[in-house]
Design a protein around this ligand. Structure first.
Ligand SMILES: [Fe+2]
Ligand SMILES: [Fe+2]
Length: 248
């Protein structure tokens, strides 16, 4: 079962993760969904595929009324990211979806209409959520041609989509990375296959190294915290990319 865990709380400003599901069918990649709230506003990052919607909805409902969801954010267009959009719109018909402008005529094939989408320009966007200001950070070509991450400077959290993802064995369900050296082999093949642009990688590493990040939260696998955040950025900066290996 998926379960909601609080990552940050300051008054009504919260980050909660709907983390991993050891009982999911093995043909589906496991995903993390993150809920950010401030006052009456709320945003769910990469709300997931339609196949995992019941699991996400049920875990979220334990800590939050999904009918009050005001925003979703799609880091890119993949089915594991946003194919559940039509189902979320049934729950909360007025919600808005932030996504790269590049995908704003493609994602509506999963649901929504022109009024649903807030197209985000390539340079990113400052987003007001309740009393907090969040930043949509460019992460293009990592791995999608229109790709964004979400930074919360107050909570010091970076939601990094597929960057930082690790395909962990079923017996490794820890929420946080506890041993970087043992964890990172499970991220290597994924990044080498899915992240094809050195130029984009270099730009991202340089951009996010300037941010104050306590938690780097990927869509798949465990969360990096504290010193492991910069450790991950340094590892990624040195990684050989665009490598084809079976099973990644
Ligand atoms: Fe993806
Ligand atoms: Fe993904």
């Amino acid at each position: 079962m998926k379960k909601a865990t609080t990552l940050f709380k300051e008054g009504d400003h919260r980050w909660q993760v709907i983390a991993r599901d050891p009982e999911r069918p093995s043909h589906l990649i496991d995903t993390n969904e993150y809920l950010v709230t401030s006052k009456s506003a709320s945003l769910l990052t990469d709300p997931g595929g339609q196949e995992v919607f019941p699991a996400v909805f049920s875990a979220l409902s334990e800590v939050f009324d999904p009918r009050t969801l005001t925003h979703v954010f799609a880091s890119h267009q993949d089915p594991d990211v946003i194919s559940s959009l039509a189902l979320w719109l049934e729950v909360s018909p007025g919600l808005k979806c932030y996504a790269s402008w590049l995908w704003c005529s493609f994602i509506p094939h999963f649901g929504g209409d022109a009024s649903t989408f807030v197209p985000v320009p390539d340079e990113g966007l400052q987003v007001e959520l309740g009393e907090r200001s969040l930043t949509l950070v460019p992460a293009h070509f990592l791995h999608s041609s229109g790709n964004l991450h979400l930074y919360d400077p107050r909570a010091k959290v970076l939601f990094s989509g597929d960057v930082g993802a690790a395909l962990l064995p079923g017996d490794q369900q820890d929420l946080f990375v506890s041993n970087f050296d043992k964890h990172i082999p499970f991220a290597r093949g994924f990044h080498q296959r899915w992240m094809g642009s050195r130029e984009a990688r270099d730009a991202w590493c340089s951009r996010v190294s300037k941010l104050d990040i306590e938690l780097l939260c990927p869509q798949h696998g465990a969360i990096y915290r504290g010193a492991d955040v910069q450790r991950f950025i340094n590892w990624f900066a040195e990684l050989e990319l665009g490598v084809l290996r079976s099973g990644t």
